[in-house]
Design a protein around this ligand. Structure first.
Ligand SMILES: C=CC1=C(C)c2cc3[nH]c(cc4nc(cc5[nH]c(cc1n2)c(C)c5CCC(=O)O)C(CCC(=O)O)=C4C)c(C)c3C=C
Ligand SMILES: [Fe+2]
Length: 453
């Protein structure tokens, strides 16, 4: 899996953007590019005025930091008009692009903060209102991802921060199409997922007409985007469910490393890589694929998977490692080597037993054990306090991306349902399947080809 630990990971050595390209925000770095930032003589404490971009205000932020550092003052005002602002760190300046072949938030490096939220169209709202909403959402996403204010009534929550690798991704659920009279445009890939015997799904926290995934490397930037998206919904749609997640912060590890989940396992090692010959075919609907409006899009399966951590943490380390088939310390297969060494499925120990058990999670999820089925996993961990019984309400917001769920998530989950050693330590509590169209071209909004096609 790609580097998940450093801000640099957002720009280099990670799944590429398939034409999207990622680069630092323009004009965010210093007062030199922000000639008219407020000064000590004119402190700007007000919320950003309409039309003044947050990028412009970033110069103020830098200058503020410099003043505090230099004089240890309590005011936080820039020391002198001539002083240069301190540049944003690369973490704040990192920027994902809104326009591109694919939407952002699919192949980008994991961010440290995430929100996933589903909306239902309001009674009486149809295609016209949905089109207007997607237009509003796209305008907001484009601005916020560039580090600018929301188009209307900006809350100032992200003020002083750069784009921080913010991504905002939009999808359509099965029910969207009947609500908008677009049944003929509904892809068969959106047919409801089959029921699995281990499912313990809460319908009120599953599915939804519309789905938005927000990720950023700053919690305030992510929350700011969430509020803007929710406010944009206005009277057209209301929140059905919302879940909040996190990953390790960029720079927390001494070198770039694969993420860990709340069970402590290295999680993400064997994700498909963009350099794999079949990466695009596995993850994205082809440019000439069906339906036409889903060209370059992808399907997101979202599962809220509770981890039964009290039970898991009672397991001794060797038993934990046999559940997955990999070492907890390094993520290396139990058959030997390092994290990236190919797993030897045939290797037996002195006792003659397979070192990677037949029901080990990392054995039975492999594409070669599932007729080639593969998906790009891009999860967030979650922790929502404790349940009534005192156990942690914590686990994985498992989000996986594929060109077709019937050749990705479904066969693998069927296999897991039949006998995964991990299954007694987890519980699937909510589920969603969403069609995520390709990226919007300049001047277009996400989903325009569906809503105006
Ligand atoms: C249906 C798909 C999958 C679900 C649901 C799932 C849940 C889940 N997984 C872990 C932890 C790990 N998974 C690992 C590998 C792995 N898991 C899946 C699929 C699902 N996991 C796949 C396709 C793979 C890769 C298989 C391969 O090609 O080798 C690993 C090993 C490291 C890695 O490759 O990422 C861990 C660890 C948890 C905790 C979990 C539910 C909470
Ligand atoms: Fe897994």
């Amino acid at each position: 899996m790609a580097d998940q630990s450093t801000p640099r990971a957002s720009c280099e050595g990670v799944p590429s953007q398939q034409g999207r390209g990622r680069r630092p925000a323009e004009g965010t770095k210093s007062a030199g590019s922000v000639p008219d930032a407020p000064t000590a003589a004119e402190p700007d404490r007000s919320a950003p005025a309409a039309g003044i971009s947050r990028r412009r205000l970033l110069g103020t932020a830098g200058a503020t930091g410099l003043a505090l550092g230099a004089v240890g003052g309590a005011t936080g005002y820039a020391a002198a008009p001539s002083e240069k602002a301190t540049p944003l760190t690369s973490l704040g300046a990192d920027r994902a692009m809104f326009h591109g072949k694919h939407q952002s938030g699919i192949t980008d490096a994991l961010q440290s903060r995430g929100h996933v939220v589903a909306f239902d169209l309001a009674p009486g709202a149809g295609r016209k209102e949905a089109a207007a909403l997607l237009r509003r959402w796209s305008a907001t996403a484009e601005r916020l991802m560039a580090g600018e204010n929301a188009p209307h009534d900006d809350t100032a929550v992200a003020r002083d921060a750069g784009p921080s690798s913010l991504t905002i991704t939009f999808g359509f659920g099965h029910s969207f199409f009947s609500r908008t009279g677009l049944q003929k445009q509904r892809p068969s890939a959106l047919d409801p997922l089959p029921a699995f015997s281990s499912d313990r799904l809460d319908a009120s926290r599953s599915n939804g007409d519309l789905w938005v995934q927000i990720g950023a490397n700053d919690a305030l930037v992510a929350f700011h985007a969430l509020r803007a998206i929710q406010k944009d919904a206005g009277s057209a749609a209301r929140v059905r469910w919302q879940m909040n997640g996190f990953n390790r912060s960029p720079g927390a590890t001494a070198r770039p490393m694969t993420a860990r989940n709340l069970m402590g396992q290295v999680d993400g090692t064997n994700n498909p890589k963009p350099e794999d010959a079949d990466f695009d075919r596995r993850v994205f609907v082809p440019a000439k694929g069906e339906p036409v409006w889903m060209a370059n899009g992808s399907y997101a399966v979202v599962r809220r998977i509770r981890m039964l951590l009290d039970d898991w943490e009672k397991l001794a380390l060797p038993a934990q490692e046999e559940v997955i088939g990999r070492r907890k310390s390094t993520g290396a297969p139990l058959s030997g080597g390092t994290e990236t060494t190919e797993m030897d499925l045939e290797k037996a120990g002195r006792d003659g037993k397979l070192v990677v058990p037949l029901n080990a999670h990392a054995r039975i999820t492999r594409p070669d054990q599932n007729g080639g089925a593969a998906m790009l996993r891009r999860p967030f961990s979650y922790h929502d306090g404790n349940a009534a019984d005192g156990t942690p309400d914590a686990g994985l917001l498992f989000i996986c991306w594929q060109a077709d769920p019937l050749r990705g998530f479904v066969p693998v989950q069927r296999k897991l349902d039949r006998g995964d050693a991990l299954s007694q330590y987890i519980r699937h509590e909510a589920s969603g399947l969403f069609a995520v169209p390709g990226g919007a071209a300049k001047g277009e909004y996400v989903g325009q080809r569906l809503l105006e096609g």
